[in-house]
Design a binder for this molecule. Structure first.
Ligand code: CAA
Length: 407
């Protein structure tokens, strides 16, 4: 593809775990010849199995025409060395979130690929800028943040650094459009847009569970009833507890907000190797990808005596998340439309500004003040924009105007 202006060519994906295998599948479905790399042959076999299952399921659901799954799989090859990626136009790195490992992969890629190749990282928790700066040509490095499951979620966050060239961004946007993905542009900041809102919400849900405020099922059911495609605890298991903890730690380091200190339960589960669906056990236990019908808590959880606060759900978890969305808009990191696109296309959640409109700014402010008073945590202070909306003569109209202003 390089230099031709086309939108398919040869791609490499390094690391074929849940995300890497999904990204490789997305590229192959978009017509790219894809080489997936894992050092261990058994990891390659697992990835091949995952892609087989996903493409077969896509066919069964009519997302791929009959027989197309086989054509997609034929565009994929599997290698154990990065050296096999020498003639790629685009390489996406999706190895585990370990800084030294990612640096090593980037150093090798930098040495192997041609001068016109684009390099991307799917990192959720590391600085794209520092990975870019460690290469000989940082202008061709971007973050491409896909969402799990990558073949299902239509969004990709495109993260540019202060070193990324405009030409790289144009090429990347063209490629993603060719793959049928919607993009939002993000500056390199911990969490980007989607995790910047999602991960605090997930951590609060874990804290609620750990403190015995509500059962696992009460928490998840309440949020599903509020329109979420899955409950936050089930979503934690899907995302991976290790990934969540890594993102939280980076957000805590960057923003200094103690709400982002990982719930101790999450850290314990990670230390125990119980990472969620990918290991068969996390906050839930899985038989395949289905949670088993157990009502026992996660291992090691001894909930305190019942002091149920389930009646405060879903608002107690939902409103702080909407407050964060207003804070993000207020500091100029993202517009309401970008936030809505991010959450609805990255996570299939209702657009946060629709949820805020449904609750109403005044009610949201009352709930947020209660949370802030109770926790005395500055991270829960009502967003200035929320205060302003609630104080307007017509708060609903003020919210409407805020949403329209950024079109
Ligand atoms: N290929 C293509 N399409 C597929 C597919 C595949 N392999 N697998 C499923 N689909 C489609 C289905 O056809 C179905 O489409 P329609 O809605 O058009 O019918 C849709 O995906 C849902 O599939 P299912 O009905 O089989 O499953 P479900 O309804 O139980 O949904 C889910 C499962 C897709 C996981 C859904 O619950 C969901 O989207 N949850 C939210 C997940 C989320 O938030 N992901 C982002 C996490 S954050 C992240 O990843 C980034 C990070 O850094 C942490």
């Amino acid at each position: 593809m390089a230099g031709t202006g086309g939108t398919s060519g040869r791609a490499g994906v390094v690391g074929l775990g849940t995300m890497g295998a999904g990204i490789a599948e997305v590229l192959a479905r978009g017509g790219w010849s894809v080489t997936g790399v894992e050092e261990q042959p058994d990891a390659l076999t697992r990835a091949e199995g995952r892609i087989m299952a996903s493409t077969a399921y896509a066919e069964s659901r009519g997302k791929l025409a009959e027989g197309e799954g086989a054509a997609v799989r034929a565009r994929l090859s599997y290698e154990t060395s990065i050296d096999a990626l020498a003639d790629c136009d685009l390489v996406v790195e999706a190895v585990p979130e370990l800084p030294e490992l990612k640096q090593r992969v980037f150093a090798r890629l930098d040495a192997v690929v041609g001068a016109n190749a684009l390099l991307a990282t799917n990192t959720s928790s590391l600085s794209v800028t520092s990975l870019a700066a460690s290469t000989s040509d940082p202008s061709r490095v971007v973050g491409l943040h896909f969402f799990n499951p990558a073949p299902v979620q239509p969004l990709v966050e495109v993260i540019s650094t202060v070193l990324t060239s405009a030409g790289t961004l144009d090429r990347v946007r063209e490629i993603l459009a060719g793959l049928g993905k919607t993009t939002i542009a993000c500056r390199d900041r911990a969490g980007f847009v989607v995790n910047g809102l999602l991960i605090g919400y997930l951590n609060s849900a874990a804290t609620w569970y750990e403190r015995g405020y509500a059962t696992r099922e009460e928490i998840d059911d309440a949020l599903v009833s509020a329109g979420m495609p899955m409950g936050p605890l089930a979503l934690l298991d899907l995302v991976g507890l290790d990934v969540t903890v890594a993102v939280l730690q980076r957000m805590y380091l960057q923003f200094g907000d103690r709400r982002y200190l990982p719930a101790p339960l999450l850290t314990s589960l990670v230390e125990a190797g119980l990472l969620g669906r990918k290991t068969g056990r996390g906050l839930y236990t899985y038989d395949g990808s289905t949670p088993t019908a157990t009502t026992t808590g996660a291992p090691g959880v001894v909930p305190p005596p019942p002091a149920s606060r389930a009646g405060e759900l879903p608002e107690a978890l939902l409103v702080p998340y909407l407050n964060d969305a207003l804070t993000m808009v207020g500091v100029g990191y993202a517009s309401p439309a970008t936030v809505d696109t991010g959450m609805s296309l990255g996570c299939r959640m209702p657009p946060p500004f629709d949820q805020l409109a449904a609750i109403g700014p005044e009610r949201a402010l009352a709930v947020q003040r209660q949370v802030f008073d109770e926790t005395a945590d500055p991270g829960y202070r009502p967003a200035l924009l929320l205060e302003q909306l609630a104080a307007a003569d017509d708060p609903d109209l003020a919210l409407h105007v805020l949403r329209r202003a950024d079109r």
